[in-house]
Design a protein around this ligand. Structure first.
Ligand SMILES: NC(=O)c1ccc[n+]([C@@H]2O[C@H](COP(=O)([O-])OP(=O)(O)OC[C@H]3O[C@@H](n4cnc5c(N)ncnc54)[C@H](O)[C@@H]3O)[C@@H](O)[C@H]2O)c1
Length: 240
């Protein structure tokens, strides 16, 4: 049985990933800084810890080594006009989203079997998003980290990829105003917001041993939003 560790597991996308990997037969370690991660105790070994706490993360990795899969999903966000964004907001997003991913990936890689897989949860917003410069920059850094790790860990056949979700139905979305959520929905090519299991499916593939030859890639899972297109009314073109 392979061992998979998922961060930010208590709710939302992380929870969906834990449920999927448990159903796929992994021994799953579900880690979150929130106590209610223990609600997953029926399908995973649950741990309360902060991804920024290197000593705690190293001890957890030591306890569950050797690992086969790591999913770096823990993340934070907020929205601010660029003019109002504080340096603290900016640093906080980097500390959790980027440095937290680095710490977990590094401590995990040190104790991972050769042939392991790492999946980092980035965001479609690495391509840009309004009022989120701190978040966008931190997730773009996750993409860069993914590509660099894929190179550095390739001698050990460890495949490192990122999944970049579009808008997903979690608390991270619900904190936004209804008006903003409506704009988000209007941009969805497939006409619906993503569900955590939509992201979990993509993660499950990249994390699996079926993924033999994909590394350093970013899989955008956004229902087509990144194509930047809507539907036009069907009408014959007189041109030609
Ligand atoms: N929901 C979306 O629309 C969306 C879109 C693109 C990317 N994402 C990314 O997907 C990931 C999950 O997002 P979500 O929507 O499920 O968010 P969420 O807020 O519902 O869940 C995030 C989880 O991460 C945990 N967490 C936060 N900081 C942590 C830390 N320092 N240490 C340990 N755990 C910590 C939280 O406690 C929470 O349980 C995040 O990385 C997010 O940036 C989400």
């Amino acid at each position: 049985m392979e061992t998979a560790l998922v961060t930010g597991a208590a709710r939302g996308i992380g929870r969906g990933i834990v449920e999927r990997l448990a159903a796929d037969g992994y021994r799953v370690i579900a880690l979150d800084r929130r106590d209610d991660v223990h609600d997953l105790a029926h399908i995973a070994e649950t741990i309360v810890a902060d991804v920024q706490d290197r000593a705690a993360i190293a001890a957890i990795m030591e306890r569950f080594a050797p690992l086969d899969v790591i999913v770096n999903n823990a993340g934070i966000t907020s929205t601010h006009r660029f003019e109002d964004l504080t340096e603290q907001d900016f640093r906080d997003n980097f500390d959790v989203n980027t440095v937290g991913t680095f710490i977990v990936a590094q401590e995990g890689a040190r104790r991972m079997r050769n042939g392991g897989r790492i999946v980092n949860i980035a965001s479609r917003s690495f391509a840009g998003a309004p009022q989120m410069a701190h978040y966008v920059a931190s997730k773009t850094a996750v993409v860069g980290l993914t590509r660099a790790m894929a190179i550095d860990l390739s001698p050990r056949d460890i495949r490192v990829n990122a999944v970049a979700p579009g808008v997903v139905d979690t608390d991270m979305l619900h904190y936004m105003t209804p008006e903003r959520q409506q704009v988000m929905l209007s941009l969805q090519l497939l006409g619906r917001i993503g569900q955590p299991e939509d992201i979990a499916r993509a993660v499950a593939f990249l994390a699996s041993s079926e993924n033999r030859y994909i590394t350093g890639q970013v899989l955008i899972v956004d229902g087509g939003r990144s194509l930047g297109q809507g539907q036009l009314p069907p009408e014959p073109s007189p041109y030609n």
